[in-house]
Design a protein around this ligand. Structure first.
Ligand SMILES: [Fe+2]
Ligand SMILES: [Fe+2]
Length: 315
C-alpha cells in the first residue's frame, strides 16, 4: 500500500478535475451511439484521468475528519459497495451479449468502480487506522453478495440499462453531495473525482439504453415503472447494508437493528437534504423518458420543489 501514498505532484490537475464535477451534467446526445461512446470514452481514458496514486493522502487534514461520524459512515459504506463492483459486473456481462457493452463494462466501468472502492478504502484506513476495514468488508460481502444474482436483473436489456442509469444518477448525485458536505480537502477532491466518473458512467448506460430501446420499443410507462422500482431499491438495500457494516466495524459483535439505522439516518438526513443536487438528479432521471425538452425546462422548478419535499422523507 506504500506506493499509494506517494504524491506525483498532480494536485493542480486533480483539483481542477474534481471541481469540474459540480458543474458536470449529462452529455447532450448525438445521433450516432458509437460516435458518442468514443467521445465520452476519449474523455475518460486519456492522460487527464486520475488514479489512486494521484491523491495526496499525506495532506489529509485529520483534525477535520477524524471525529466526523456522519462522514465516516457514508464513506465507509460507499467503499464497501464500490469494492464489490466485480460481483455485479459479472452479472451484467452475462446479461448483455453484445461485444460493445461487454467491452466497456469489463475494460472501463469495472476498473473505475474498483478504483473508487480502493481510493475510499485508502481514505478510511488512513483516517481510522485502528478499524479493521478488510474484516468489515468480508462481513459486508457475505450479506451483500446474496442480492447480486442474475435473477435480480430486469426482464429486458433496455430496462436493465434504465435501472443502471438510476444507479449511476444516484451515485453521481451522492458523491456530488459528499463533495459539498466535506470540509476536509482531500475527501472533497476525491468525492469530486468520483462524482465526475459516475456522470460518465450514466452517459454510457443511457447510450446503451437508447440502442436497446430501438430494438425493444419499451413504452414510456414501462420505463417509468423501472425507474421507480430501482429508485426504491437503491435506497433500501445498498445504503442499509453498507451503513450497517460500517457501524459494525466500530461495534464488533454487537447487534445491529433498525434503532441503530434510524440513529445514523437522523444524523445524515439533514446534511444530505441541505446539499443534495436535486436539479441534476431530476435531469438524469427524466432523460430516458425522452420528454419534450421545453416541457421539462418549464416544469423543473415545480419538480425540484416536489423532490425537495419527497426525498429523504422519514418512512
Ligand atoms: Fe463508483
Ligand atoms: Fe458508476
Amino acid at each position: 500500500m506504500g506506493s499509494l501514498f506517494e504524491s506525483r505532484g498532480h494536485s493542480a490537475k486533480i483539483n481542477a478535475l474534481a471541481s469540474k464535477a459540480e458543474q458536470d451534467e449529462p452529455d447532450v446526445m448525438t445521433s450516432s451511439i458509437g460516435k458518442s461512446i468514443t467521445r465520452v470514452r476519449g474523455r475518460q481514458r486519456n492522460e487527464t484521468h486520475w488514479c489512486v496514486a494521484d491523491i495526496e493522502w499525506q495532506h489529509i487534514d485529520h483534525a477535520r475528519i477524524r471525529d466526523n461520524l456522519a462522514l465516516y459512515y457514508v464513506v465507509t459504506g460507499a467503499s464497501f459497495v464500490e469494492t464489490a463492483a466485480d460481483l455485479y459486473t459479472s452479472n451484467l456481462v452475462e446479461f448483455f451479449p453484445d461485444p460493445e457493452a461487454q467491452q466497456w463494462l469489463i475494460n472501463y466501468w469495472q476498473p473505475e468502480e474498483l478504483q473508487h472502492g480502493l481510493a475510499l478504502r485508502t481514505y478510511v484506513e488512513t483516517v481510522w487506522p485502528e478499524l479493521d476495514w478488510a474484516s468489515g468488508y468480508q462481513q459486508f460481502l457475505a450479506e451483500y453478495s446474496q442480492l447480486c444474482t442474475v435473477e435480480a436483473l430486469e426482464s429486458s436489456r433496455a430496462l436493465e440499462m434504465v435501472a443502471r442509469c438510476v444507479i449511476e444518477a444516484g451515485t453521481s448525485t451522492f458523491y456530488s453531495t459528499l463533495q459539498r458536505i466535506s470540509d476536509e480537502p482531500v475527501l472533497k477532491t476525491l468525492t469530486g473525482l468520483i462524482a465526475q466518473d459516475e456522470v460518465s458512467h450514466y452517459n454510457h448506460f443511457r447510450h446503451f439504453f437508447e440502442a436497446y430501446q430501438q430494438q425493444e420499443h419499451i413504452g414510456r410507462m414501462g420505463v417509468v415503472h423501472s425507474l421507480y422500482k430501482r429508485l426504491g431499491e437503491v435506497e433500501s438495500e445498498d445504503a442499509y447494508i453498507g451503513l450497517k457494516h460500517a457501524w459494525l466495524m466500530r461495534h464488533p459483535g454487537q447487534p445491529f437493528s433498525d434503532v441503530q439505522f434510524q440513529a445514523i439516518s437522523l444524523t445524515l438526513r439533514p446534511l444530505m437534504m441541505a446539499h443534495y443536487p436535486y436539479r441534476m438528479a431530476l435531469k438524469m432521471l427524466l432523460r430516458p423518458l425522452a420528454l419534450n425538452r421545453t416541457l421539462v425546462k418549464y416544469s423543473m422548478p415545480v419538480l425540484e420543489l416536489a423532490a425537495r419535499r419527497l426525498m429523504f422523507r422519514k418512512h
